[in-house]
Write a protein that binds this ligand. Sequence first.
Ligand SMILES: Cc1ncc(COP(=O)(O)O)c(C=O)c1O
Length: 393
Amino acid sequence: MDINCLIKMEENDFFQTYKRLEIAIEKGDGCFLYSSNGDKILDMFGGLAVNVLGYGHKQINEAIKAQVDKYIHISNLFYQENQLKLAEKIKYLSGSSKVFFCNSGTEAVEAAIKAVRKFFLGSNKTELISFTGSFHGRTLGALTLTARKKYREQFLPLLPGVKHLEFNSIKDLEENVNNKTAAVFIECLQGEGGIKPSLPEFIEKLNDLKNKFGFIIAADEIQSGVGRTGTFNAYTQFTLDADITIMAKGIGGGLPLGAISGNERVKNVFTYGEHGSTFGGNPVAAASGLVVMDELEKGLMDLNLQNGNLLKEGLNKIKQKYPNIIKDVRGMGLMLGVELVSAAQPIVIEMLKQKVLVNCTNENVIRLLPPYIISQTEIHTFLNVFEIVISEL
Ligand SMILES: Cc1ncc(COP(=O)(O)O)c(C=O)c1O
């Protein structure tokens, strides 16, 4: 269908929640998207960190088709082999003890909030803490944790008992974390907030305070997890002492899937009926997720680190040439951010004209979340186009 027709339909039919790019995609293959007007676009955004094995991945498609031929949904009344196998893989790769499946990131955050509430039920530990710049999702609990004003201020009042502390401020931790703290939710490498890493001394203080007060630490790995940064979860590289890990995006290999995993301390928090989801751990999504885990086990995480380093090196070279345009290059593995001195959206538009898709977050940060299957040739193609666009500013 013609793009102008689609734009009109969207305006008429949809709540206007998404600012869309004016392109219609016909198909994807590897790291490329093919638009309806014949453009071949290098995708450095990977469906917002979802398409970790790219588009048209043979094993993912085969696993999905095989499961579709058996059944596409039963219910969580039944034992489901794909779910169980996926839980085993997640436990093995993350070193956690138990897993709960849902369908999205925000639902996984809600599951973590409920686990915290249940764990401390009847005690005075009722306060939840998160940090400035954080994004944890859009349902009311997750939105309350989300500190960024633009997402929350139209939806007040939100949940009581949630504090947003300054990200990386040890002073704020010392002054606000206490006996009433039930949990601290943290993205060790903030995504929406502009690809911002936690400082080692900040994490050290958080771990110390956990030892002192006994709260739960919940690591939001929805964007940074599933091997993207070179380890299954990014928080292990920060040596965060997390009890609960929150996952989504890449774990379903492109299909809707979310999860929390818990350590020995929290593994028995829920009993029958206390939490659940009709679709949670859908067998088709779990089949696709299993392929992702297989690929991670074959060494994809190391490759992410290598390719991420290559990408980062190239970006730093461009930064050195254009210090008046690029302020900072940061991130880990294949989760990188380029902070510009001015707004990043015009660069996104220019890059798209050159057939490369990147994303802008936090106003002035170009965010890169490419599929893990990206090749060195594709990385060089991106770097060449990026340098041309920057040089023409
Ligand atoms: C760190 C983080 N937490 C939570 C979410 C919410 O996930 P979802 O959009 O699947 O609900 C996101 C989504 O971008 C995220 O990046």
